[in-house]
Design a protein around this ligand. Structure first.
Ligand code: THU
Length: 141
C-alpha cells in the first residue's frame, strides 16, 4: 500500500487467494488479503462445506489466519475482499460481526471486482455494533 492509497499489490494478492477458493456448491469465488504493518500479505479464500452453514467466508479465513499467526488488530493495515461479480461484494452479516471485533474501526477495507474498486471501513459497514464492551455492562446487573 502506498501512502497515496495505491492498493494494487494488495488486490493482486486477494485475487491470487481467490484462485484457492473451495466452492463446489456455490461456484462463487471470493478472495481476501490482509496487509500487516510488517509488510506481510495474509491470504484467505472461501472454503465451503456440504453442511453449508459450516462454510468459512474469505475475509474470515484471512483474519483468522492473521490472528493465528499472532497478529492483532493494531498490526492490520488493510483488508481486501475481491470477486468477479457484477457488483462489488461486501462482507456478509456474520463477517461484519467478526471484523468489528478483529479490525480497528477505521482500517481500510478495499473491495474490488476488477472493474471497480471502493474503500470502506467496518465502522461504516456495521454501525452501532454489539461488542465486548456490551458484555462488560451486563456485569452491572
Ligand atoms: N462469501 C464470502 O466468502 N465472502 C463474502 O463477503 C460473501 C460471501 C462466500 C460464502 C460462500 O462460499 C459463497 O460466497 C456464496 O455465499
Amino acid at each position: 500500500m502506498g501512502a497515496d492509497g495505491n492498493w494494487e499489490r494488495l488486490l493482486e494478492k486477494a485475487f491470487e487467494a481467490r484462485e484457492h477458493a473451495y466452492v463446489p456448491y456455490s461456484q462463487f469465488r471470493v478472495g481476501a488479503c490482509i496487509l500487516t504493518t510488517d509488510g506481510s500479505y495474509i491470504l484467505g479464500a472461501n472454503i465451503e462445506n456440504a453442511a453449508y452453514g459450516s462454510t468459512n467466508c474469505a475475509e474470515r479465513s484471512a483474519v483468522f489466519s492473521a490472528y493465528s499467526q499472532g497478529y492483532r488488530k493494531e498490526e492490520i493495515k488493510a483488508l481486501a475482499i475481491v470477486t468477479e461479480a457484477d457488483r462489488l461484494t461486501t462482507p456478509c452479516g456474520a463477517c461484519r460481526q467478526v471484523l468489528s471485533e478483529l479490525l480497528q474501526p477505521d482500517t481500510p477495507i478495499v473491495l474490488s471486482n476488477r472493474r471497480e474498486t471502493a474503500v470502506t471501513t467496518i465502522a461504516r459497514l456495521l454501525p452501532d455494533s454489539f461488542g465486548s464492551e456490551d458484555l462488560q455492562e451486563s456485569k452491572n446487573f
